[in-house]
Design a protein around this ligand. Structure first.
Ligand SMILES: [Zn+2]
Length: 432
């Protein structure tokens, strides 16, 4: 079985290379747009769009090359994205919906084996004007998921480059062959090697849900789904619904119902897939419990953005509960206070630890890590602290990490400090 993951890694880009990257972002977006424009302007008399890649290549390659200065590999990637966008439009038309010409707003560049080369410490990226070398920024001290996914065990494939908060990030697709035996052994609950020692030791998977970026991030460093994607689809749906409502005809009303059903099927399907990924992760790491932050109550999902978000979170957790039950895995929740501001390594809590939406850097110990990943470990640790029996010298509960597990009574300095920190923090339910 092939396992595929996406690892996000920050890049250390030399200031002198930034202009070349900026130009490349602009050129890539232009190449996507030019391809779409060409296909759009050359629809058949019946209004059909020709999305054959070889045809589009022949028709547009020379012009785009001259206009953008990009190399062949990047032009072809841009064309692939353009074709995807056009095919989404075509499928909407088939459903009897309206859809207008796609426009490319976001800033990204897509790379494949022709345009990115990975090195031990980083990569070189094709730009409009030669290659740019960039190192990965990785915190080596923690049990960072990047350390695992960027290890030799995983093969690095295509990637997309993004620019946000003034930083460059590479989202690398990594794959690993896993034999079936290895997967199955993961499903037997807390093995029978040494029953008396292990049987009452519970392993928990912490999960953080997010309103931007990845939908869910696990304490084992798995980034699941995309909140941005479902929000974007919902916005599209809402704007079409609004314009149909102005029309007011009976036919418009029917279309509203149809696109409503379709959006609801689509979003439920996505949430299902992502829920399965989280349960799969729990099973793989032999976890008996999946822990989320407590959510607000069930909402009506079409009234506004915030409510849609809450609806999606609740629906997702319900799907996880349902699926987890099959494997004898329970689902629990903890108080969400401070999980995004607390350092999962030393326990220090300060608002400014969270530098941006995606960057966490501890003011106390300097731990620098993806903010959502940090939060997911806090969610799990909070639960571990809650169920750990205070007088029991040995651990009864531990947190699943990508590099192993974290037990509160292990006695390492960082977990010692965590204990102090977490007993000081308010917790809604204080079992034992
Ligand atoms: Zn810290």
């Amino acid at each position: 079985m092939e396992l595929r993951r996406t690892v996000q890694v920050k890049l250390d880009v030399d200031e002198s290379d930034e202009e070349r990257l900026r130009e490349t972002f602009r050129a890539f977006r232009e190449a996507c747009q030019c391809t779409v424009d060409y296909a759009w302007d050359n629809r058949t008399d019946e209004g059909q769009i020709d999305t054959r890649k070889t045809w589009l290549h022949k028709q547009t390659y020379d012009d785009i090359k001259e206009q953008t200065g990009l190399n062949t590999g990047l032009i072809q990637k841009a064309r692939d994205y353009a074709v995807d966008a056009l095919e989404q439009v075509i499928s909407r038309w088939k459903e009897g919906e309206q859809a207008t010409k796609p426009t490319f707003g976001s800033w990204f560049v897509a790379y494949d084996y022709r345009t990115i080369t990975y090195t031990d410490e980083g990569c070189t990226l094709a730009t409009k004007n030669g290659r740019v070398q960039a190192d990965f920024v990785i915190d080596e001290t923690g049990e960072n998921p990047q350390t695992e996914y960027l290890s030799e065990k995983w093969e690095r494939k295509e990637a997309t480059l993004h620019h946000r908060d003034g930083n460059y990030y590479l989202h690398i697709s990594v794959v690993k062959e896993e034999d079936v035996g290895e997967t199955e052994s993961g499903t037997s609950p807390s093995g029978s090697l040494d029953g008396s020692q292990i049987s009452d030791l519970r392993t928990v998977l912490g999960v953080d849900l997010n309103s931007t970026g990845s939908f869910a991030v696990t304490s084992t460093g798995r980034f699941v789904g995309s909140t941005d994607h479902i929000n974007h689809e919902r916005d599209e749906y809402e704007s079409r619904r609004a314009s149909l409502q102005q029309n007011g005809s009976r036919r418009a009303h029917e279309v509203i119902e149809r696109i409503g059903d379709r959006f609801s099927r689509w979003s439920n399907q996505k949430l299902h897939e992502w829920a399965n990924e989280v349960v799969e992760e729990a099973v793989r790491y032999d976890c008996s419990t999946i822990v989320f932050e407590e959510l607000d109550g069930i909402r009506n999902h079409i009234s506004n953005n915030k409510e849609f978000q809450q609806w999606a979170f609740n629906q997702f957790v319900a799907f996880v509960e349902y699926k987890a039950e099959e494997y004898g895995v329970s689902v629990e929740s903890v108080n969400p206070e401070y999980t995004s501001q607390t350092c999962s390594r030393c326990g220090h809590t300060e608002r400014s630890n969270r530098r941006t939406k995606h960057d966490f850097e501890c003011r106390e110990c300097g731990y620098s890590v993806d903010a959502d990943y940090n939060a997911s470990k806090n969610v799990g640790l909070r639960y571990v602290r809650r169920v750990q029996k205070p007088d029991d010298g040995r651990a009864t509960c531990q947190l699943a990490l990508n590099s192993g597990t974290l037990k509160p009574s292990e006695g390492s300095s960082s977990t010692e400090r965590l204990e102090v920190e977490y007993t000081d923090k308010p917790c809604t339910s204080t079992a034992d």
